[in-house]
Design a protein around this ligand. Sequence first.
Ligand code: G6P
Length: 438
Amino acid sequence: MKRTLKIATIGGGSSYTPELIEGFINRYEELPIRELWLVDVEEGREKLEIVGALAKRMVEKAGIPMEIHLSMDREEALKDADFVTTQFRVGRLEARILDESIPLKYNVIGQETNGPGGLFKGLRTIPVILDICRDIERLCPDVWLVNFTNPAGMITEAVLRYSNITKVVGLCNGPIGIQKGIAKELDVDMSRIYVEFAGLNHMVFAKNVYLGGKNVTPTVMARMTKKEDGISLKNIADIGWDPLFLSTLGMVPIGYLRYYYQTATMLAEQQASVAKEGTRAEVVKRVETELFELYKDLDLAAKPQQLEQRGGAYYSEAACNLIHSIYNDKRDIQTVNTRNNGAVVGIDPDSAVEVNCVITSHGPIPLTTGALPIAVNGLVQSIKTFERLAAEAAVTGDYNTALLAMTVNPLVPSDKIAHQLLDELLEAHQQYLPQFNI
Ligand code: G6P
C-alpha cells in the first residue's frame, strides 16, 4: 500500500467526527493520513462546516500535515481513496424519533437497531450504502470500506450479498466496551485478557475470557452478577440481570440482549423514560445541540468530554485500530463484522457475523469459534433470518418481504401488529423509501 493515505468519511458532519480525528492524530506516525475528506449531503452542510473547522483546529494543534477537506461531492472525495468510512444517518435524528416512538404505541420496543426501528433504519440505509458501493467500484475499487452506519450487521450482510464489494468490514464499539468492562471487573489491564466473542452485531456474546492462560469466565460471571452490569452502553438502560440466569448462561451478553431477555421490563422502562425525557433520539438531539455549540468555540481544539454522553464511546478506537492494522498488516486480533466463512458453525458461511478476526493487509480472517451454545443459537438464527429478509426487502422494495421481516422479528408479538406497524412506519418514512412505491 502507498505510504501516504487518503481517507474519505461519508457522514463527515456527524458529532462523532472529533473522536475519529483524535484517533487518527494519535496514530499519525504509523498511519500517515495525508488527506481526510469529510463528506456530507446538503442538509448536513452546517454541521459539516462546524465539525470540519474543529477538525482542522485539532490537526493544526497536533502539528501534523494532515489536510482536512470538506465536501458535498462524494465522487471527488472517493476518487483514489485508500479507505472509506461511513457514519451517515438517512433521515437524520427525525427519522430515528419515528423509529423509536411509533412501535411504543403498539407496546413494542422502540429502538434504533432492534425490532421495527432497526428494520426501518435498514430499509432506509441499505439502498444508500449500495449506491456508495457502486461509486467505490468506479472510483476507488481497491478501497477498504469500513462501515459504522447502523444497523451495522444488517448493512454488512447487504453489502456482502447485494454489491460487488468484498473488501468491507462492519464495526461496532460494543465488543471493545465489553472487553474494557471485563478488564475493569478483573482489575487488570485490557491487554492482558483475551475475550472470545461470537454472534451478530448488537447480538454478541463474550463466550470465554482468558487471563494468563486460564479460562476465567466463571470468575467474570460471578463478579458481574454481584452488581448491576458494569459494561452497559450509555444508550441502554442498565436494569441489571437476574443473577441465576446470567451465571447459568455463562457468557457476557451485550446490553442489547436486554431487549430480548427482559422485554417487558425494558418496554416499561422505555415508556417511563419517554414520558420523562422523550425518546433516546430526542435525548441525543439535545446532546448534539450542546456539542455543536461547543464545537463552534474557536478556542476548542480537542474532543470535548461531553461526547461521552453518546452510546458510541470508543468507536474511534475500534475504527482507527482496524485501519491501522490493515494498513500495517499487523495481524493482531480485533472483533469485527465480516463474512462468516465457517467461523461460527451453523450460520451460513456467506452471512455477516461479529467475531474475533486476525486483521491483515488483505482483511480480517475470522477465527473459528465453533457452534453457538444451544441456549442462544435459536435467537441468533432468528435475528440472522430477520436481517436477511430486511436486506432483501430493502433491495427489492417488496412489501411482502418487509412484512415477513417484521413478523419474524422476536420483538414483534403478532402478525397483525407486524402488519399495522409496517404500514404506519412505511407511511411515516415514505420520503426515504422510494423503492417501496408508496
Ligand atoms: C451503542 C452502539 C452503537 C450505537 C450507539 C447509539 O454504542 O454500539 O452502534 O450507534 O450506541 O448511541 P446514541 O448515543 O446515538 O444513542
